[in-house]
Design a protein around this ligand. Structure first.
Ligand code: XUL
Ligand code: CO
Length: 442
C-alpha cells in the first residue's frame, strides 16, 4: 500500500472525492468546489487554501459535558505513544488526500499525547514531525498553521501566558517552542495563537494590566525565537470573547488590533477570524472580517457556524450560502486573505457516527464556500452593488465634503455650511434593495 494510506486504510469504501458538477447525484462528490476553476484571477484551490483541523477530524470524539465519546477511533489504539502518533498521521493524511484538502492545521497535543514531561513531549513531537514530513512530501498536503494548546491541561486553569504563576507561563513557553519547532520543520506557512484561557474568570483576583503585559511579552518572546530560527510566515491571533474563560483578552478584531498596536506587534501579526467567535462577540462574521481588512490585518479564517438558538461555540460546518456570500464579499473586496486560508475548525455532530459523515461535512463546507465565492464574484462584477454603495458617499467626493476628508475644514466651517444650506434632503439607505442583490446571486 502507498505511503498515503500507511499499512492500514482507515476510511475504507470511500475513494477520492472529486468535482462532478451541480447535477451530480453522488453525495460523495463536489457539486461546486472545482479546484481548477478560476475566480477573481485565482483557482479555487489557491483562493481558499482549505485546511483540515487535526483536532476535530482526528481527535474530537463526540463527547459532550453530558456524555461519553461516540466516535471511537482505530488510530488511537497502539500502546506506544510514537506509534499512536504515526497511526493518527496515517489516518490524517489518508483523509486529507481523499478529501482533496490541500492543507492541514494542528495543535501540539493533537498530534502527540502530552503528559507532564517536557523532554518526552519533545521526543514524541520530533518523531511525529519526521513522519509527517514524509507524508506531506508524498501527498503534497501542506501545513497552513501550527499552534500550541495552552488551555486543556489542568495546569492552565488560570491561564497560559497570562497565568499569575510564572512556572506555568514557562511551561507554556516550552509547549510553544515545541509547536514552533514542528511548524518550522514542516514549512508551516503561519502560526496561530488562540488564547482560550488568556483572560479572567473574576476581576477580584486578577491584575488585568499585568496579565495583558505578560501576554504581549510572551508573544514577543515566541516571535523572536521563531524569527531567529528561520520562520518567515505570519503569526495570527484568533479573537474570541469568552468560553472557556469568562472574559478573554483577545475579545474581537478591534480589541486585538488595538492590543497589537499598543505592544508593537503589528508587523508580525495578523488576525485569524472564526465565524462562531464573531457571533459570540455580538458581531457578524463579516463585521469581524471588515474590521480586520480595513486595518490590513485579514490573515486567515476558521470556518464554522454557530447555532441560532444557543449561545456557545458549536463549531458546526458551514451550510448557509447567503450568509457566507456576505462574508466572501468582504474577503474578495479586501483582495483575499493575507497568507492564510480556510481552516475547517468544525466538527460533525455527536450522533454523526459514520466515517462517511466526516466526508459529507467537509464536502458541504467546501461546496458552500465555492457557491458563496461564485455568488460574491458575480455581485461585484455584474450587479450595481458597489456603485450604489459608492453613491451613498458621493457628497465626500468633491467640494466641501472632499475638503472635510482632507482635514481642511474647521468646526466653524461646518456650522456656517449647515446654516447656509438648510435641512439636508432625506436619502434612502436602500437596505432591502441591497439584501435582494444577495438573494439574486446566492
Ligand atoms: C477554539 C478554537 C481553537 C483555535 C486553535 O474555540 O477556535 O480551536 O482555532 O487553538
Ligand atoms: Co478556531
Amino acid at each position: 500500500m502507498s505511503i498515503l494510506l500507511g499499512d492500514k486504510e482507515y476510511f475504507p469504501g470511500i475513494g477520492q472525492i472529486a468535482y462532478e458538477g451541480p447535477d451530480s447525484d453522488n453525495p460523495l462528490a463536489f457539486r461546486f468546489y472545482d479546484e481548477t476553476k478560476i475566480i477573481a484571477g485565482k483557482t479555487m484551490k489557491d483562493y481558499f487554501k482549505f485546511g483540515m483541523a487535526y483536532w476535530h477530524t482526528l481527535v474530537g470524539n463526540g463527547g459532550d459535558p453530558f456524555g461519553e465519546a461516540t466516535h471511537l477511533y482505530e488510530w488511537n489504539q497502539a500502546q506506544d505513544a510514537v506509534q499512536r502518533a504515526k497511526d493518527k498521521a496515517d489516518a490524517a493524511f489518508e483523509f486529507a488526500t481523499k478529501m482533496n484538502l490541500p492543507y492541514f492545521c494542528f495543535h501540539d497535543v493533537d498530534v502527540v499525547d502530552y503528559d507532564n514531561n517536557v523532554a518526552e513531549f519533545e521526543r514524541r513531537l520530533r518523531a511525529w514531525t519526521e513522519y509527517a514530513r514524509q507524508k506531506m512530501d508524498a501527498s503534497g498536503v501542506k501545513l497552513l498553521w501550527g499552534t500550541a494548546n495552552l488551555f486543556s491541561n489542568r495546569r492552565y486553569m488560570n491561564g497560559g501566558s497570562t497565568n499569575p504563576d510564572f512556572a506555568v507561563l514557562a511551561h507554556g513557553g516550552a509547549q510553544v517552542k515545541g509547536a514552533l519547532d514542528a511548524t518550522i520543520a514542516l514549512g508551516g506557512e503561519n502560526y496561530v495563537f488562540w488564547g482560550g484561557r488568556e483572560g479572567y474568570m473574576s476581576l477580584l483576583n486578577t491584575n488585568m494590566k499585568r496579565e495583558v503585559e505578560h501576554l504581549a511579552r510572551f508573544l514577543h518572546t515566541a516571535k523572536d525565537y521563531a524569527r531567529k530560527n528561520g520562520f518567515k510566515g505570519t503569526f495570527f491571533i484568533e479573537p474570541k470573547p469568552c468560553e472557556p474563560t469568562k472574559h478573554q483578552y483577545d475579545y474581537d478584531s478591534a480589541t486585538v488590533i488595538g492590543f497589537l498596536r499598543q505592544y508593537d506587534l503589528l508587523n508580525d501579526f495578523k488576525l485569524n477570524i472564526e465565524v462562531n467567535h464573531a457571533t459570540l462577540a455580538g458581531h457578524t462574521f463579516q463585521h469581524e472580517l471588515q474590521v480586520a481588512a480595513d486595518a490590513g490585518m485579514l490573515g486567515s479564517i476558521d470556518a464554522n457556524r454557530g447555532d441560532y438558538q444557543n449561545g456557545w461555540d458549536t463549531d458546526q460546518f458551514p451550510t448557509n450560502v447567503a450568509e457566507l456570500t456576505e462574508a466572501m464579499l468582504v474577503i474578495l473586496e479586501a483582495g483575499g486573505l493575507q497568507g492564510g486560508g480556510v481552516n475547517f475548525d468544525a466538527k460533525r455532530r455527536r450522533n454523526s457516527t459514520d466515517n462517511a459523515d466526516l466526508f459529507y461535512a467537509h464536502i458541504g463546507g467546501m461546496d458552500t464556500f465555492a457557491r458563496a465565492l461564485i455568488a460574491a464574484d458575480a455581485i461585484l462584477t455584474k450587479s450595481d452593488y458597489k456603485k450604489l454603495r459608492e453613491e451613498r458617499y458621493a457628497s465626500f467626493d468633491s467640494g466641501k465634503g472632499k475638503e472635510f476628508e482632507e482635514g481642511k475644514l474647521t468646526l466653524e466651517d461646518l456650522r456656517d455650511l449647515a446654516a447656509a444650506s438648510g435641512e439636508p434632503a432625506v436619502r434612502s439607505g436602500k437596505q432591502e434593495y441591497f439584501e435582494n442583490i444577495i438573494n439574486r446571486y446566492a
